[in-house]
Design a protein around this ligand. Structure first.
Ligand SMILES: [Zn+2]
Ligand SMILES: [Zn+2]
Length: 262
């Protein structure tokens, strides 16, 4: 029971960090927050992603490339160019790592507007940090796993971020329905996206990528959206992007997140 609770907590808090902090905040700048809240959510991202901590700068740059070149040959992770999800994720990892370590220089127009905390970024990327999390996950299972099959869940803790990325990038551009005739292959995979907290509304998101609510139609629900509204209500964040679809925008408009004044 404790193992299942630990697995679900890790799944959803890590996912929240990805969709709220890395995607909607770092990549698209949908809301702004004070220095203190920025550091707080960055710390939550480090702790929850743990072994598979994602650098927000590399995440934002890679993700803006995905929007600009979605499902073309320049897209960092389009399922249209890979025969299986593992090869797509390996290619994504190589690209992410190249951008993160400045081996690949991204065009200046994609740069800026993402949070930086150099010390934490360095710690998150360090082999000692990865070793700590690796031992922590294994020790937790050693202490609390009561049935053999629980151990089957252990590898997922090491690959939490990449697993979420694989589900979203593969399924969200391959399976599901479309509300908008975007130029890419984006799809909405689940009308109630309990699995990835709204990330699987790829078609809605690609239609207007700065829109805060990823759900559009009456039967769709984006679980991260009420959380964002609640954080805005208690003034932890300030939403600076549209809540609803702006039909005056052309279908291929891509305001992926140039810096917004705080
Ligand atoms: Zn996409
Ligand atoms: Zn996006």
């Amino acid at each position: 029971m404790i193992i299942i609770a630990f697995f679900l907590a890790h799944w959803f808090v890590s996912l929240f960090s990805q969709t709220f902090f890395m995607h909607r905040y770092a990549s698209h700048r949908m809301f702004v927050m004070s220095w203190g809240w920025d550091r707080f959510f960055h710390l939550v991202a480090y702790v929850s992603q743990g072994f598979s901590y994602l650098n927000p700068r590399a995440y934002a740059l890679l993700h803006r490339l995905h929007h600009a070149y979605s499902d073309t040959g320049k897209d960092p992770h389009s399922p249209a160019f890979f025969t299986n999800v593992a090869s797509m994720m390996m290619a994504t990892f190589r690209r992410f790592s190249a951008i993160g370590h400045d081996r690949e220089v991204v065009e200046a127009r994609f740069d800026g507007g993402y949070p930086r905390w150099l010390l934490l970024e360095k710690i998150g990327d360090h082999p000692l940090s990865m070793a700590f999390w690796a031992v922590f996950y294994a020790a937790f299972y050693f202490k609390f796993a009561t049935v053999w099959w629980m151990w089957l869940l252990l590898p997922a803790h090491y690959l939490m971020g990449p697993i979420h990325g694989a589900i979203v990038n593969w399924c969200g551009h391959r399976y599901g329905y479309r509300n908008f005739a975007t130029k890419d292959q984006s799809r909405n995979t689940l009308p109630f996206d309990f699995l990835t907290l709204g990330e699987l509304f790829q078609n809605n998101h690609h239609r207007q990528c700065t829109r805060v609510n990823f759900a559009v139609r009456w039967f769709e629900f984006d679980p991260c959206y009420p959380i964002i509204r609640a954080l805005a209500a208690i003034r932890a964040i300030r939403i600076v992007r549209p809540l609803d679809v702006d039909d005056s925008l052309p279908a291929d408009a891509q305001p992926w997140g140039v810096p917004v004044e705080a």
